[in-house]
Design a binder for this molecule. Structure first.
Ligand SMILES: *Cc1c(COP(=O)(O)O)cnc(C)c1O
Length: 386
């Protein structure tokens, strides 16, 4: 069987990361230098100052681009730094259509920061392509969606969203953080930019903050690269190295997390104290068929579920032992949180209610521990709280 390129797991280990040509070291060194010697004025080997370009960051960017099936990867100091850099492509008067239950920090950046610079925003239920199309105006330059969404795991039809955006000359950017490139590759579905908070699955160990953008469009890569350098929100070489290390095990981690998350979602769905379970891998999920197609039958490690009310949800959170009470997601250790009181506290309460964030909602980020231990912890907490 001939293949055009090595598979995902092989690329995650090797692309951008061969042995160090100078020493043969199998793991390349971390290039901490901030400045690079020039042979003559303006004559150098591709590196002059680390904000503009750094060998360790370049390795990470090369690997990220390959994993997303894109031509250009750009690494940033956080997911929000990556999103901010996309915002810098816009001018006063430009309009953005975005997914109504976008990540809380994205909502805050759009409405509380970018609004002051004359960019306008319209929130839509992007699970309906007609809602995206209906909100686009002559001033719309960007459609911003997230899939699956946080924390309700709603799924956006990325190909349909790309169609709606491109029909009116707008770009489609997809925050694919919850899926990771192991599960979903938006550029292949027509998106112009894919964004990740690398802090989550890409890093995978709760020890590095980062963000990235990948595009195959040279005319987008150039201004993004310009603003990456001009605004300067770049990651440190050490953070880039940690992310490269994380990427090597991405496929193993996300497969395990997804397998366990599906088993936990099925278990919760059968539990009498649970009102609803949100997980794209469940047949009961309203967009299960779309998710199966778009996510290749692997649905990620985040599961949300609803208990009777906020008090019950807080009791369960406090009774969990193995699931650590913490924000964030995507790492090897399992975490649990209450979106309304924690990650989504910056979203106004009427907005939370409108987008279906029930007060009894809990979000689990399933780690790589033994499934039996995770299930026992959940059962025990539900029993103690109930
Ligand atoms: C965490 C997160 C972000 C923001 O990323 P940071 O690395 O925290 O800046 C954006 N989108 C989603 C879906 C996230 O989970």
């Amino acid at each position: 069987m001939s293949r055009e390129q090595p598979g995902f797991a092989t690329r995650a280990v090797h692309v951008g990361q061969g042995p160090d040509p100078a020493t043969g070291a199998v793991v390349q060194p971390i290039h901490l230098a901030t400045t690079f010697a020039q042979e003559g004025i303006g004559r150098h080997g591709g590196y002059e100052y680390s904000r503009s370009n750094n060998p360790t960051r370049e390795q990470l960017e090369t690997c990220l681009a390959s994993l997303e099936g894109g031509r250009h990867g750009l690494a940033f100091a956080s997911g929000l730094a990556a999103t901010t850099t996309v915002m810098l492509l816009l001018d006063p008067g430009d309009h953005v259509v975005y997914m109504e239950d976008a990540y809380g920090g994205t909502f805050r950046l759009f409405n509380n920061v970018m609004g002051r610079y004359g960019v306008t925003f319209t929130a839509v239920d992007a699970t309906r392509p007609d809602a995206i199309a209906g909100a686009i105006t002559d001033r719309t330059r960007l459609v911003w969606v997230e899939s699956p969404t946080n924390p309700l795991l709603r799924v956006v039809d990325i190909a349909a969203a790309a169609h709606a955006a491109h029909d009116r000359g707008a770009w489609l950017a997809v925050d694919s953080t919850f899926a990771s490139p192991y599960i979903q590759r938006p550029l292949q579905l027509g998106a112009d930019i894919v964004m990740h908070s690398s802090t989550k699955y890409l890093g995978g160990h709760s020890d590095v903050l980062g963000g990235c953008l990948v595009t195959s469009d040279d005319s987008l890569a150039e201004p993004l690269r310009f603003h990456q350098n001009a605004a300067g929100a770049v990651p440190s070489p050490f953070d880039c190295w940690l992310l490269l290390r994380g990427l090597k095990t991405l496929s193993l981690r996300v497969q395990r997390q997804s397998d366990s998350a599906l088993a936990i979602a099925e278990h919760l769905a059968a539990h009498p104290s649970v009102r609803a379970v949100h997980y794209p891998g469940l047949r009961s999920h309203p967009q299960h068929e779309l998710a199966a197609r778009q996510m290749g039958g692997v649905y990620g490690g985040v599961v949300s579920f609803e208990l009777e009310d906020e008090a019950a949800a807080v009791r369960v959170l406090e009774a969990l032992r193995l699931f650590t009470l913490a924000e964030s997601l995507g790492a090897v250790e399992s975490l649990a949180e209450h979106p309304g009181l924690m990650t989504h506290a910056s979203v106004p309460s009427e907005e939370r209610r409108r987008t279906g964030l029930h007060d009894g909602l809990l979000r689990l980020s399933v780690g790589i521990e033994d499934l039996d231990d995770l299930l026992a912890d959940i059962d025990n907490a539900l029993q103690q709280a109930g």
